[in-house]
Design a protein around this ligand. Structure first.
Ligand SMILES: Cc1cc2nc3c(=O)[nH]c(=O)nc-3n(C[C@H](O)[C@H](O)[C@H](O)COP(=O)(O)OP(=O)(O)OC[C@H]3O[C@@H](n4cnc5c(N)ncnc54)[C@H](O)[C@@H]3O)c2cc1C
Ligand code: FES
Length: 265
């Protein structure tokens, strides 16, 4: 984990209310993994004071070196609004990479990924990283859901060799009509699946976890919590786990990726 000043390479609208930002990174991200996140100071003048957490959407490589990172964010408040006003060349202070990552075991053959709304970034990074993997991944299905078609961001990024993409919107404006979990259930009932990895709103993650659990399928979820420090110091990001003597874990240092079946939903 490294604190550094970075330079904004790009900051473009990706969909209504969503922006995709590229940042230079001098050092520290060569081994960054899908699921990890950064804490960014969103303004160039020191306000808001607290950094904001964002998952890695991907790494920018030049030759064999990682020279930058990308994030995808939705404008929801003061910090993300400030971020959306950044121009190419602006300097932003960040800390990262932070937290843990999704772990797809070597013997995983059938992988299912689920992204809801702004849960796309770590799932997109994970899908991309599966392409580089040596081994025997036979099948990877990606389920992406949003309230409307305007909430489907970076869909073309999942157009990857050997991947199946299944899209749902609550209002039916694109893909299947209904919640992404309905399509997921059908797919899990249709054939064997070794692992489900998901990121999205808490309600969706709870449902995905229950669906996987009922079928005895391993499930990893990347969850969010309000974060002040991102480094285990403020203890503000506690989540309850079961079967654990400590009862609570901290999303910033013990997560953000958790075994879904160990969380007390
Ligand atoms: C590990 C992690 C990874 C994240 N990755 C992404 C990402 O890739 N893209 C993205 O757009 N967002 C991501 N988020 C959420 C993002 O950090 C918040 O949306 C952001 O901090 C809001 O800052 P703000 O100043 O704009 O909003 P604020 O003014 O701070 O808050 C605006 C509204 O958003 C709510 N809010 C703020 N932070 C969170 C949070 N962490 N969880 C739930 N609700 C929140 C507040 O309660 C309030 O209602 C992530 C959060 C975590 C913890
Ligand atoms: S954000 Fe401070 S302990 Fe997790």
């Amino acid at each position: 984990m490294i604190a550094q000043d970075t330079i904004v390479l790009s900051n473009q609208p990706a969909a209504p209310g969503y922006f995709r930002m590229g940042l230079t990174c001098v050092t520290g991200f060569d081994t960054a993994k899908p699921g990890q996140f950064i804490m960014v100071r969103t303004g160039t003048d020191g306000t808001p004071l607290l950094r904001r957490p964002f998952s890695l959407l991907g790494l920018i490589r030049e030759a064999d070196r990682v020279t930058g990172i990308e994030i995808l964010y939705r404008v929801v408040g003061k910090g993300t609004e400030r971020l959306s006003r950044c121009r190419d060349g602006d300097r932003l202070s960040l800390i990262g990479p932070l937290g843990n990552a999704f772990i797809v075991p070597e013997d995983c053959r059938q992988l299912v990924l689920v992204a809801g709304g702004i849960g796309v970034p770590p799932i997109r990074f994970l899908a991309q990283s599966m392409l580089e993997r040596e081994g025997d991944l036979h099948r990877c299905v990606v389920f992406v859901g949003g309230r409307t078609k305007d909430d489907l961001v970076c869909l073309t990024e999942f157009d990857l060799p050997g991947f199946l993409l299944d899209v749902s919107t609550d209002d039916g404006s694109q893909g299947n009509q209904g919640m992404v979990t309905r399509s997921l259930e059908k797919a899990l009932d249709a054939g064997p699946v070794d692992l489900v990895c998901a990121c999205g709103p808490p309600g969706m993650l709870k449902a995905v976890s229950a669906i996987a659990r009922e079928r005895g399928i391993a499930c990893q979820v990347s969850i969010e919590a309000m974060m002040a420090c991102g480094m285990g110091a403020c203890l503000g990001c506690a989540v309850k786990v079961r079967d654990d003597s400590q009862h609570y874990r901290h999303v910033c240092v013990d997560g953000p990726v958790f075994d879904a079946h160990r969380l007390a939903w």
